[in-house]
Design a protein around this ligand. Structure first.
Ligand code: UD1
Length: 416
């Protein structure tokens, strides 16, 4: 039922269009709470996490409507300040609503957020940075409350450039009194998208794309129409699938400028990359080569969200590859599943040692989280025979229709 079935071992050939970015649209949807009116957001992916955010916004009093891939949020009335239980625990991005609700109504009561099982993922950096802006936080075992009369600008250095904590602080600062300087800010493309959205709505933000963001609070934000950039992780997943399976594919509207680290890695592995205004092509004509050491890093290093997928490709590369995971401590959960397919992988602390096999064998495997699930699909497409990836719902959190996209690329794949 909740699975994906595929017959692997074929070259990939064809082209597919890349969907809008999950990690960009989620904080933008949260930001719509700051606008007493309507936001029209184009190129919104139809994925489970977006539907989930939609439900949360509706619970808070917003009206949300869809037309194709365009989502419209009317936040004229926000009449609820508490978010609890399952709806918050299911998705870590629920925490983005914290900064936005503090900016809008100054008071929030919420359960601690959940998300993928890829690490401890606390929210201490979010809470510490917001408390610098005058927010009083009372933490209890399963939930916390945050209250502020008027958010105040502050000059703050992030101990670590957390993507989510930077986004929360930007959301809180947009309507705050005075100027907020965020030093050692994350500079992932999704931060840039959030800043662009807020600027289009009238926010005063400087230093976008750098590690120092300066946000001078404005009295109010106005209605806005914004197009979400395309998803670099979805594009990266498909590019890696071409490395694992060989073939020749074209990714229409891939966000090339955000894929620098992956493109360099793909070239080292033997992929021939072509870039034109419409997207990104990759040709892989012979078995790929191993990468002696690949380290995940904050942007613009190699993204942790593509680490599992590249591991699946390394499992069939010639030679030994080593991956060092520096962002999340529990991101090797797919190793046991890849081993069921014949992969030769050993882990030691935050390192994985992968000796490439000529071919993996199809198997029944279990997805345990979003990107690991996508990586198992990549492995299944390169493997001989039939693979079944169970727990499809994890993959649907971030991929609009991974089977449709891979069928466009010539794969024999269907939901089961
Ligand atoms: C976001 C992305 C996720 C991506 C990650 C890193 C979204 C919806 N998710 O997640 O796909 O993998 O960036 O690029 O955009 N940390 C703390 N305390 C905190 C916050 C974070 O210790 O308060 C730690 C985390 O446990 C993790 C590291 O910092 O080890 C990075 O987390 P962060 O950059 O905050 O990632 P997310 O915003 O959760």
């Amino acid at each position: 039922m909740d699975s994906i079935h595929m017959y692997g071992g074929n070259f990939l050939r064809g082209e597919t269009k890349i969907q809008g970015s999950k990690n960009a649209v989620l904080p933008i949807l949260a930001a719509s709470l700051l606008i007493k009116g309507t936001c029209v957001i184009e190129n919104c992916p139809r994925i489970a996490d977006v539907y989930h955010m939609q439900n949360l916004l509706q619970e808070l009093g917003c009206t949300v409507t869809w037309s194709g891939n365009q989502i419209t949020v009317d936040a004229s009335y926000v009449n609820e300040n508490s978010m609890g239980g399952e709806s918050v625990r299911r998705m870590r991005s629920s925490v983005m609503l914290l900064g936005a609700l503090l900016g809008r109504i100054g008071e929030v009561a919420m359960t601690y957020p959940g998300g993928c099982v890829i690490g401890k993922r606390p929210i201490d950096l979010h809470l510490t940075s917001l408390s610098q802006m005058g927010v009083e936080i009372v933490e209890e075992e399963y939930h916390f409350t945050a209250k502020v009369k008027k958010l105040k600008g502050v000059d703050y250095t992030m101990p670590f450039p957390s993507v989510g904590a930077t986004e929360n602080m930007i959301l809180a600062a947009a309507l705050a009194e005075g100027t907020t300087v965020i030093r050692n800010a994350a500079k992932e493309p999704e931060i840039t998208a959030l800043c662009e959205f807020l600027k289009a709505a009238g926010a005063n933000i400087e230093g976008v794309e750098t590690k120092v963001l300066t946000i001078t609070g404005v009295k109010e934000l106005h209605e806005v129409k914004y197009k979400v950039p395309n998803d670099r992780i979805v594009a990266g997943t498909y590019l890696i699938a071409a490395l694992a399976c060989s073939g020749s594919i074209f990714l229409e509207q891939a966000p090339i400028e955000h894929l620098h680290a992956l493109i360099e890695t793909a070239k080292h592995m033997g992929g021939n990359i072509t870039v034109n205004g419409d997207g990104l092509g990759i040709d892989v004509i012979r078995r790929i080569k191993a990468i002696p050491c690949l380290k995940t890093e904050v942007y613009d290093g190699f993204p942790t969200d593509l680490q599992s997928q590249i591991m699946a490709a390394m499992a069939v590369a010639k030679g030994e590859s080593i991956i060092e995971e520096t962002i999340f401590e529990n991101r090797f959960r797919i190793v046991d599943e890849l081993r069921k397919m014949g992969a030769d992988i050993r882990t030691e602390k935050n390192r994985a040692y992968i000796i490439g096999r000529k071919r993996l064998e199809g198997a029944v495997v279990e997805a345990e989280e979003l990107r690991g699930g996508a990586a198992l699909v990549v492995a299944g497409l390169s493997a001989k025979g039939k693979t079944v990836v169970n727990n499809r719902h994890f993959i649907e959190r971030g991929y609009e229709d991974i089977c449709r996209d891979f069928r466009n690329l010539g794969a024999d794949i269907n939901i089961g």
